[in-house]
Design a protein around this ligand. Structure first.
Ligand code: PLP
Length: 453
């Protein structure tokens, strides 16, 4: 194994870890007695090794965070060096790793988003972005998409449009959901992208008018929605949202927690649309999750609100030295090794065309969409009716069979409802993508068996 351990030694360690996990670890989003979590013994680059020592291609990037791949040597070394130098320091003190990470992030965000507030991950970045927007505008309501995920904490899960909100819904949270553009399952009965843009914007415009523009603090949108299905907004949509926000003094928050830091083939997904939001939330890819880190990039106008007025919020570990040292090393490595460019090229030349080619041969593929190393295939039982292979908000035996077929052939996919996401690290090689596509090709015959034709 890449850890230097023998497989037998690692397996024994893994078995003990599994027993302790089952006895003591309480898992996220799960019925505790109904899960059999996979043990990971080691990871390197685009691969992980499971509890039996079998190598799997990581087409999930874990939770779509290891943009730089597993165990990138310069990032590991930077964390080790920082640990030897200074492990922790409270946020009120200046720290070189934090300062440098803030500079590198500010230099890459669009427009005048030049201040960075650091958090521990994505959900708390969203909490703070919303708090900043509410304090800045003096308004309370926030609008977000139904097909979205914004995190597991209180405001973030209530902003979340997808079914993970349902058991957590507070009802009176001041959050109003709307339908964004999604041509394949259009809520607006649109015939093409131009119509979908026009109608989705008219819907949002109407919602703002009915809710009362003077009550709305912010509109939050994933620049490209991730776990909700990788629906790339059609041309003109994001610019239209910007225009609605400008017209009414509403703060535009772009949630880049999953789509940011190279995943779409640009530093930020919003860069595809030539739009400058007021706040950007980020996490995951900022340091590939080697140490938990997230944050909010803040524009000059909102930052000025707190120039002579205290910002009422903070976290013990805001800008933690180990996390920000990992961010500095990650961003520098991405620049030096042209990793963002690699993600763009892989998407254009291999992963996108490869998935589209699979769709020609597999009747179970209803739709293929994405960009960079951020792709989803939507599986259906019938291409005409677009009946999903698993219902909205649930898994299904058929989907579980497809996922099991991927794993047994050596591929770790990211799956959600009726979708398989192909979201490898931004560092993935051409040969690795081809290997992943070949495994998907085999596994999809399992899905084809459930189709009507
Ligand atoms: N926002 C988006 C777009 C996400 O995809 C996620 C996580 O998947 C979050 C926020 C929450 O991030 P975290 O799980 O780090 O709290």
């Amino acid at each position: 194994l890449p850890t230097g351990q023998s497989i037998d030694e690692a397996r024994a360690e893994g078995e003990r870890a599994f027993a302790l996990d089952r006895a003591h670890v309480f898992h996220s989003w799960s019925a505790q007695e109904q899960i059999t979590p996979m043990t990971i013994l080691a990871a390197e680059g685009s691969y992980v090794w499971d509890g039996s020592g079998t190598r799997l291609l990581d087409f999930s990037s874990q939770l779509v965070n290891t943009n730089i791949g597993h165990q990138h040597p310069t990032v590991v070394a930077a964390v080790q060096a920082q640990a030897a130098k200074l492990c922790t320091i409270a946020p009120q003190y200046v720290n070189d790793a934090r300062s440098e990470a803030a500079r590198l992030i500010a230099e890459r965000t669009p427009g005048d988003l030049n201040k960075v507030f650091f958090t521990n991950g994505g959900a708390d970045a969203v909490e703070h972005a919303v708090r900043m927007a509410r304090l800045h505008t003096g308004r309370y309501k926030v609008l977000s998409r139904y097909r979205s995920y914004h995190g597991g904490t209180d405001t973030a899960i209530n902003l979340t449009g997808d079914p993970r909100r349902w058991p957590n819904d507070r009802g009176n949270s001041g959050i109003v959901h709307f339908n964004g553009p999604f041509l394949y399952r259009s809520q607006f009965h649109s015939a093409d992208e131009a119509q979908e843009t026009e109608r989705a914007l008219a819907h949002l415009d109407q919602l703002v008018a009915m809710e009362g523009p003077s009550t709305i603090a912010a509109i939050i949108l994933e620049s490209v929605p991730g776990t909700a299905g990788i629906m790339v907004p059609p041309p003109g949509y994001m610019a239209g949202v910007r225009e609605i926000c400008d017209r009414h003094g509403i703060v535009f928050i772009a949630d880049e927690v999953m789509a940011g830091f190279g995943r779409t083939g640009k530093w930020f997904a919003i860069d595809h649309f030539d739009v400058v939001p007021d706040l950007i939330t980020f996490a995951k890819g900022v340091n590939s999750g080697y140490v938990p880190l997230g944050g909010v990039a803040i524009n000059a106008e909102i930052a000025a609100t707190f120039a002579n007025r205290a910002y009422p919020g903070g976290l013990t570990y805001s800008g933690h030295p180990l996390a920000t040292a990992a961010a500095v090393a990650t961003i520098n490595a991405m620049e030096e090794e042209k990793i963002v460019e690699n993600a763009a090229r892989i998407g254009n030349e291999i992963l996108g065309p490869g998935l589209r080619e699979l769709a020609q041969r597999h009747p179970s593929i209803g739709d293929v969409r994405g960009l960079g190393v951020f792709w989803a295939i939507e599986l259906v039982t019938d291409r005409q009716t677009r009946e999903p292979l698993a219902p909205y908000g649930a898994s299904s035996p058929a989907m579980n069979e497809v996922i099991a077929a991927c794993k047994s052939a050596g591929l770790l996919p990211f799956a959600n409802f009726n979708r398989i996401h192909a979201v490898p690290p931004c560092t993935v090689t051409d040969a690795e993508v081809r290997e992943g596509l070949a495994i998907l090709d085999t596994a999809l015959s399992v899905a084809d068996a459930h189709t009507a034709h």
